[in-house]
Design a protein around this ligand. Structure first.
Ligand SMILES: [Zn+2]
Length: 305
């Protein structure tokens, strides 16, 4: 990062430079630095010619072997040498060792502490890290606690809980997240194939998903559960219905729906309510064999749908 924010060929030190390598390692000669040698321009005369061994030693009062001098000269890439030579011939500027900056802050400044470096590196390499707190803005503290913990005890497969966890923490690997964070080339949404696939699109905004949620809503309504039309927040975080039993039933079903969308995405098939109900029936069949209170309760509720 230091290199990226501060590189100019003319003022670049040759010591510890990633492009000036000898046996694939950067070089540093303390003795030469103490005599004022640190830039490519120091190896070149006013007309742009590379100094000979003797002239160089005389100019800087350095004693070194000819082979060592030649090895250093050889390690400077030709392209870099040419840029500096052109600078010397046409603009007559002399190199100045510059202060190093990161994001406009001097590297030696007290403000350039670990916290600052961490956030700079993070925004450079992982601009879309976890946003655990993105749910905080729309909910009260008690609601957030319920959103974060209730689903863990639901009688649903671990995959459903995993999908919900990833949605809550915005780490569900959508195409958008994969390309933002890992620079992986990804395609559009697998369902509509036209729009970019981010979290909101995949689980709510996509036309095919909207149809699925609409069918699901109609099915709930016909089963006697009166619920307002779904919003993005309801789908992502769950519902808070006044009637406790309905709230529990719908909350469990919503996560099963999201697990189903996840499954359809994996198999690249469009989600339909009929297909989802098949999956649900199979789950309820196995849940009836479980003697756990929550499973029994859910099966009882399911009987009422
Ligand atoms: Zn789509």
């Amino acid at each position: 990062m230091l290199f990226k924010h501060n590189f100019t060929p003319h003022n670049s030190p040759i010591w510890n430079n990633r492009y000036i390598l000898m046996n694939r390692k950067s070089i540093f000669i303390q003795d030469w630095l103490s005599k004022g040698v640190w830039a490519i321009a120091h190896f070149v005369d006013e007309e742009g010619h590379v100094l000979g061994h003797q002239d160089f030693c005389q100019k800087f009062n350095i004693q070194c072997s000819k082979s060592k001098f030649n090895r250093v000269i050889k390690s400077i890439p030709l392209s870099l040498k040419n840029i500096v030579v052109n600078d010397i011939i046409y603009s007559d500027i002399s190199p100045k060792l510059r202060q190093l900056y990161i994001d406009g802050i001097r590297f030696c400044d007290v403000k350039c502490n670990n916290k600052f470096l961490r956030s700079s590196l993070r925004s450079l390499y992982s601009p879309n890290l976890l946003r655990r707190n993105y749910i905080l803005k729309d909910f009260q503290r008690e609601e957030i606690e319920k959103i974060r913990t209730d689903y863990i005890t639901f009688p649903i497969p671990p995959k459903g809980k995993e999908v919900q966890f990833k949605i809550l923490n915005k780490i569900y690997p959508t195409n958008r997240l994969l390309s933002d964070r890992f620079k992986i080339e990804t395609g559009n949404c697998v369902f509509c194939e036209t729009e970019e696939e981010d979290l909101d699109h995949l689980f709510f905004l996509c036309n095919f998903i909207q149809i699925f949620w609409l069918d699901f809503h109609t099915w709930l309504y016909s089963s006697g559960i009166q619920i307002t039309p779904f919003t993005l927040n309801m789908i992502m975080f769950g519902v808070f219905l006044k009637e406790k039993k309905a709230n529990y039933g719908v909350s469990v079903l919503l996560i099963l729906c999201k697990q189903f969308i996840h499954k359809c995405r994996f198999f690249k098939i469009k989600p339909t309510l009929a297909y989802w109900k098949n999956d649900l029936n199979l789950l309820v069949k196995s849940l009836t064999l479980v003697q756990k209170k929550k499973a029994v309760f859910f099966c009882f509720l399911y009987g009422r749908f």
